[in-house]
Design a protein around this ligand. Structure first.
Ligand code: WTA
Length: 649
């Protein structure tokens, strides 16, 4: 089937009331958004946000200068935009706990009061504007209050996904020199207890974490935990002492709102820094258009707040729009594989946002768990995190959405703050597997990676760059602006470089082909090969490691590691499990390699560079397609590796 034939028409009933309708209106709005930047984004920012001091300048700086600033003379407070200005009686958050009958409806008024108490508690602990606060929290409403409490007093939050290890948490606390850590006694997922406080205790033992003077602990399970007098306090007790009112800090549009660490192609995770106004506008704007959100509807994003998807599309975007947003603590397969659809039916969810890895995992259980639940409330189904394979797309569209919902395939990154390429309900016909067309304000460019020239017109493939600033772009890497410039803005001067490959088809639709650097995408979690390699060499037996991604039918990518041992005789039965344990300790369970093989050597060029391309082919059992290996220093390693891999898989 040609790509032109794959166009799936917009299901009319899903978009009867759409904010924007038809390709024609999409195109004219898009053109205005990228050509008349000041007029378009000035009007949006005035309409969508409440300002304390209105801005006069819309955009200052440039991608080539690495100094982009939006609304730089305006002042506002993000928490006021997300809470105070919405009707106090409207439901802000529907929380569903690990057990399906554990549900809370929280109004905007209640969320505001809790946020203010927490904000005051943080001030009492000495937290001031610009200080960093680390969150290591489970999926509870308090996690959202913690983020918003930081925003209220101008503190910069740094949420660390609660699946990261103590060592990973330590490195992030150290890099951003956090003053306070907000956590819970334990988390709960499918009845499994996750000992969060114990991880925090271990991380904070390190000398480098002496910057942390207080830990607030939310009581989720009541399980036994260690307590450090003078440092630890129950979150509820600290909140009870405070008033439910807190004067918001007046923040410049460009003041940092948060840091979020993400993986790059070199070892150290990068603390991406997002701004206040530009980020908030971008998340609210994209939430409204991509999900065609209308006030009164229930919207659900089942990501974790530890990732950018949770920041932008559980907390900031929806709350800024006055939406009712769902927070889900459990797993899609608990108590059974129908949990998501049970959630949809009980809360009458209109738009539902998840990742291809979850869809693929659920597909394995067949259609029955879906059909058991009423999904008639659904209009829009979102996908994020990795390319969605057409088979999973069709199942999502036909089985989950009964062919009457729009599927939106949203391409974006931690660095972009919000959606960059996606179809918009009501505007464009869909194509299974294509992220489709740019969001308003986004000018995608395909560039030839060798020649560095623009690839214009259809039927082209290259690396994906963005040609002009958009409000949600991360402004810097915390403490390392040079790395920010080197990674994103210098590779193709004048453009932002995404790190992804992309193809433009005959209809101008964009197809993301995956990362072109050493970043892996495992179950929608972003991991650097270099991080996993450094974790492996922390093991005393391993002197060198090389990690590559291999296709995995549920996770998208699996992790394959080659390890060189100090001494080949050390290859005992418990070596592989202990190498895996080393990775879990350094990063967390999410980075555990699927396969590890030990080898006496790695294919290297004469200049000593590991040929990853060759390792990837061997791990994918495609050794017949190794390509040119004439630059290898010692080609004899190849047959040995092939034999080992074939035996191991
Ligand atoms: C990948 C997640 C194809 C891509 C929001 C990107 C996607 C990386 C899609 C960012 C999609 C995300 N289609 N690929 N719809 N969405 N990606 O920072 O490789 O965790 O660079 O942000 O995920 O991952 P991150």
């Amino acid at each position: 089937m040609s790509e032109e034939d794959q166009l799936t028409p917009i299901p009319e009933r899903a978009v009867a009331n759409a904010h924007i309708r038809g390709m024609h209106n999409y195109l004219s709005t898009w053109e205005k958004s990228v050509d008349e930047t000041d007029a378009f984004w000035g009007a949006e920012a005035r309409a969508a946000l409440d300002w304390i001091v209105p801005f006069r300048t819309v955009l200052r700086g440039s991608l080539s200068g690495g100094d982009v600033a939006w609304f730089p003379d305006g002042y506002l407070n993000v928490s006021v935009n997300c809470l105070d200005r919405h009707p106090a009686s409207r439901t802000a958050i529907i929380w569903e706990g690990d057990e399906p009958n554990d549900v809370k409806h929280i109004t905007y008024g209640e969320a505001l009061a809790a946020t203010c108490r927490l904000a005051n508690a943080l001030r009492t602990l000495g937290v001031r504007k610009g200080d960093r606060v680390c969150l290591y929290m489970p999926m509870v409403p308090e996690a959202a209050y913690c983020m918003l409490a930081c925003a209220r007093i101008g503190a910069i939050h740094s949420v660390v996904f609660a699946g990261f290890s103590a060592e990973a948490l330590r490195a992030r606390v150290e890099d951003s020199r956090c003053k306070v850590v907000l956590t819970a006694d334990e988390g709960l997922r499918a009845k499994k207890v996750i000992k969060l406080k114990a991880v925090v205790d271990k991380a904070l033992e390190a000398e480098e974490c002496k910057c942390v003077t207080a830990v607030l602990v939310y009581k989720r399970t009541g399980g036994a935990i260690d307590w450090k007098e003078g440092r630890d306090q129950w979150m509820s007790e600290a909140m009870e002492k405070e008033r439910p009112f807190c004067a918001p800090e007046v923040m410049n549009a460009e003041d940092p709102l948060f840091l979020l660490y993400t993986s790059g192609s070199t070892g150290k995770p990068k603390g991406m820094m997002h701004s206040s106004a530009g980020y908030l506008l971008w998340t609210a704007f994209t939430h409204r258009y991509t999900f065609d959100y209308h006030v009164g509807e229930v919207y659900a994003c089942v990501a974790d707040i530890g990732w950018i998807t949770g920041h932008s599309y559980i907390v900031y975007g929806p709350l800024c729009n006055g939406a009712t947003t769902v927070m889900f603590e459990s797993l899609p397969t608990y108590p059974d594989a129908g949990r998501y659809w049970d959630l949809v039916s009980r809360h009458q969810i209109a738009s539902f946002y998840t990742a291809p890895t979850a869809i693929r995992a659920l597909m394995k259980y067949g259609d029955a768990p879906v059909k058991k639940h009423d999904r008639s409330s659904l209009r829009v189904l979102g996908s994020v995190g990795e390319p969605i394979n057409p088979e999973a797309w069709k199942w999502y569209y036909e089985v989950v959405g009964e062919g009457r919902c729009c599927v939106v395939d949203t391409f974006w990154q931690t660095e972009t703050g919000g959606h960059m390429i996606t179809n918009i309900p009501g505007c464009q016909p869909m194509k299974p597997g294509s992220a489709s067309l740019p969001m308003f304000g986004v000018r995608p460019m395909l560039v030839d990676p060798q020649a560095g020239v623009l690839l214009e017109g259809n039927h082209k493939e290259g690396v994906l760059c963005i040609g002009q600033p958009w409000p949600g772009i991360a402004r810097t890497i915390w403490g390392d602006h040079a790395r920010y410039l080197d990674t994103y803005l210098k590779p193709y001067p004048g453009y932002y470089f995404t790190g992804d490959g992309c193809r433009r088809d005959g209809d101008g639709y964009l197809w993301i082909t995956g990362r072109v650097d050493d970043v892996l995408n495992v179950s929608g979690h972003r991991l650097g090969t270099a991080e996993i390699e450094s974790a492996l060499v922390t093991h005393e037996a391993c002197v060198e490691a090389a990690v590559v991604g291999i296709p995995h039918d549920v996770k998208g990518q699996g992790i394959f590691a080659y390890c060189i041992l100090k001494d080949a005789t050390e290859e005992t039965a418990d070596l592989i499990p202990s190498l895996k344990a080393a990775v879990r300790a350094a990063i967390g369970g999410l980075a555990t390699p699927d396969h590890i093989i030990c080898t006496p050597g790695l294919p290297k060029t004469r200049s000593g560079k590991i040929m990853r391309r060759v390792l990837r082919k061997i791990a994918c059992l495609e050794a017949d397609q190794l390509g040119d290996t004439s630059t290898l220093a010692d080609p004899s390693i190849i047959p040995l590796l092939i034999e080992k891999v074939e035996k191991a898989l």
